[in-house]
Structure formats: C-alpha cells, structure tokens
Ligand binder design. Sequence first.
Ligand code: TNX
Length: 546
Amino acid sequence: MRRRSARKHPSRPLLRRSRLIRLLGALLLAAAATGAGGGTAEAAAPAVPADDTDPRARVVPVPATVTPGGTPYTLTRRTAIRVPGTAQARGVGDYLAGVLRPSTGYPLPVTAAAGEDGIRLRLATTGREVEDLGAEGYRLEADADAVTITARQPAGLFHGVQTLRQLLPAAVERRTAQSGPWRVPGGTITDVPRFAYRGAMLDVSRHFFTVPQVKRYIDQLALYKINKLHLHLSDDQGWRIAIDSWPRLATYGGSTQVGGGRGGFYSKDDYREIVRYAQSRYLTVVPEIDMPGHTNAALASYARLNCDGVAPPLYTGTNVGFSSLCVPKDVTYDFVDDVVRELAALTPGPYLHIGGDEAHSTSPQDYAAFMDRVQPVVAKYGKTVIGWHQLTGARPAEGAVAQYWGLKGDEREVVAAAKAGTKMILSPGNRAYLDMKYTKDTPLGLDWAGYVEVRQSYDWNPGAYLKGAPASAVLGVEAPLWSETVSTSDHIEYLAFPRVAGIAELGWSPAATHDWDAYRVRLAAQGPRWDALGIDFYRSPQVLWE
Ligand code: TNX
C-alpha cells in the first residue's frame, strides 16, 4: 500500500513523509492492540495478499474463493452492460450503469443483445457451473474481453455487482467525471454467503429518520451485501408507522422524539416506498413493533391501553423498562391484532419482529402469557416471529427466531432454546452494537456494553459464539443502531462505518477467511471509497487507512 501511494504522488515528498509518520504511528498503535491477541492464532492465519489488486486485499466481505490472474478488463467508452431479458436482471444492469456512468463519463448502454464482450450479467438456473451458487451467490470472471457475472438469481447478480464496484478504483463512486483507467483485475471469484440473514437495524423511534435518510443507509448497506433492514418502528419515545385502525399512534405517538424534537412517522406510502427501495437493493425489510415494554408512545396515544385507563404523557428521555401494555386486558390483543394485521399486509418479507426486550415492568408470568397470545397473531397473518432473546425465557413458538443482544453468549435459556431449535440472530452488544462508543472519546453513542473499537467488533466467530449451541442454530448476524444519541445521517455513518462492514463480513465470508490482519488491509481500501461516497467514517487508529 505504501509503495503504491508513493508511486501516485512522486512529486510530493512532504506529503509522503507526513503520511509515513502517520502510518508508523498507526502501525505502533495497531501492534499494541494486536499484542493482546496472543501468538498462536497469528501463526496459523492466512497470509495478507502482497498484491493490492488481489480481491482479497480490496473486497469486503472477502469472497469465498478467489483465483487471481490473467489480463485485467478495462472499461471504455464502448463498453456495454449486457443483461438477460428479465425485468429484475435488467434492473440490476440499470443500477450498475447508474453507479458507473457519472464517474466514468461513459454511455454504458444496458442491452439485452448477446455478446462476448463488455460487462455481462447472466442468469443460469441449471447446470454444474451454477449448482453451488444458491440463492445469493455469484461467479465473477474478468479477462481482457469481458467481466462476466453469473448467478442463479438476480440477488446473486446484485451481490456480484457490489464486488465489481469494489474491484474498480474508489473514484468510481464519485458523482462527477473522474479520470480512469477503470481496470478490473483478471481472475475468477466464486462467492456465496455463510449466513442467510445479514442484517442492520435502524432505530427510527428514538430519533426519526426520513425516507431519503433511510434510502441513503440502504444504499450504503447494499455495498456490503447486507440483505435485511430491521426497522425499530416503535418505542417509548415514538410510534413511527401509520396504523389506520389506531390513527393516534402515529399522529400523537409519533409527534416527538428524544430531546423533545418534532419526531415524525411513515405514512403507509412512505413505508411502501422504503420496502420497494430496499427490494431494489436486495434487502428485505423486517419491521419491529416492540412489545409489551417500550410502549409508552402507544400508551400515551390511547388511554384504554393502560391498566388504569389513564394515558401517561409522551416521553422524550432515554430511560428504559418503565412501560408495559396491559397484559390482562382484552383490548391489548385487539390492538396487537390490528397492528400486526396492517403491518403484515404492508410487508412482503417473511419476518415480523415483536421486540420483547427489557420488559422490566411486566412480571415474568405476564410476559410469558403475553407472548403466548401474540406469537399466534403473527403466524395468523403469515409472518415468522422474531423477538429479542428475552423471548427464550418465555415459550418461543415453533419456528420463532430470537435475536441475541447479550455480552457473553452463555445465558442458559438462550443456549437451551438454540439447542431445541430456535434459530438465532446474533447481535452481541459488545461486538455488533453500532451505538456503542469506539473509545471514551467518541462524541456519539453509549457505553453500557463497553467501548467497541473496530477490531473488537470484527474479531469473533458467530458460528462458535453461543456456548454449547450448535452452529446450525445461527441464522445470521445483525448490527443494530440505536438512536438515543443519533439524529442525522452523519451520525449514522460515523457510528456505522467502519463497524458495519465487519459485521457484514462475518455474515458473508467463510469462517476460514477470518483474520484481523488481512481484514484491516481490505478495510483500509474502503476509506477512499467512503470519502468518495461522502461517508464521514471513524478513522480508527487500528486501521492503516489508504
Ligand atoms: C438496549 S438492546 C435496548 C434498547 C436501547 C439500547 C441502547 C435492546 C433490545 N434494547 O432499548 O436503545 O440498549 O444501546
């Protein structure tokens, strides 16, 4: 990396020297951080590729298998994007053209005409060449004549396109004409995900985020092959989705946020637009209505939801655990049925998240009784339950999924549920929580789970995380971003980047590729790309940024 940057700036020795000093400083810090890791893992670790055009030195998540070599492909004014005839595949071609046209200045026509040259997106449903690609995998072959991405499904083409973006220079992400050359290193990549569920959560309740802000985050997540967007749509501080049968939830319950600002909510059309946009980036929206706790916004909107029939005031602080739906009252289940029915009807994805965390003012008996009544409602409307892992302390329904947010992976009920067949989404607070501060000096975020630097968030194995539970219990990983301290896109991006890229890699790449020293080289290559995309990321001293 250092040699290359010296080549790029041969007439700027001063810059080179200060850069070198910065790099050395970072190297020392990083060496100190690495020291704690112990020596044996290091000896067994795969080598960091010496060639910085090797996809393993540039692409996050690192592809499952890479055979580098051969002549690179160079995009030119005459390059066409060749797509199969289906509308979805054409959509992926149009999306790619949308990324590449502004920076390259090339016309890049998207065409269904066959040809052996250019950027070729191919769908192949049968045959040996694709049988190992599954629903999301792809093969990317580059040589002097063409870049060919082959997949069984459009999702695979889309993920292959994300790899192609990262194989091109970072300047390709800029929205104004840049100078090339636009070279894709020669070779073959065959790539499939480790886990089916690779999520990111955005808490739009503590602070509200507009549709354009959510779309911006979706675009950023797609670059790292994240395929689920979990929206935390309700909490004590705000109800963010219009429900026709209970209109005050949104109009009153959504009228404020942490700190007392204006809040907001999604109309049904807004929500449909988020779902549509997410689908166009191959993310499935997972909506969450948190129950029975975290419900002050609902309780404030309708007095009859309260056991004493008195509506509490709206809440704009950041305490948790003080609110509960009224478990013995029948109206509670009318409410749940209406909300779940309307939300399920808006949601094409299979999941509906019912929260269930920190119900500190609901007794364990009431909590279990509540979950016994609510889980079948979700099933009745055709959705699979996801609940925070406290659900495992009640009676998780057959097929329900639990989302783990603890710190050690050894809670008895969680491990027992995993052994008994409850699938797990792993979001350990001290690894995957994007709202934890990186260090004591991080201006945003919380620290209840500790400080979560970049290495801490990357350096764990989801397959072996839950003590005594089989790896087969793990559906995947998710990086939640709670928004008590987060109110702008800049805030989102500063906390999410770089960490969300590491969680994405844990979700996608094979366990055998896991290696901090190799990962941070790939991560360093993302820095210029984030700059080009206008992402103000945290420049962790653990990474030797390019
Ligand atoms: C715990 S994690 C919560 C949230 C907070 C978060 C802050 C979980 C399921 N509940 O209510 O926003 O900590 O980090």
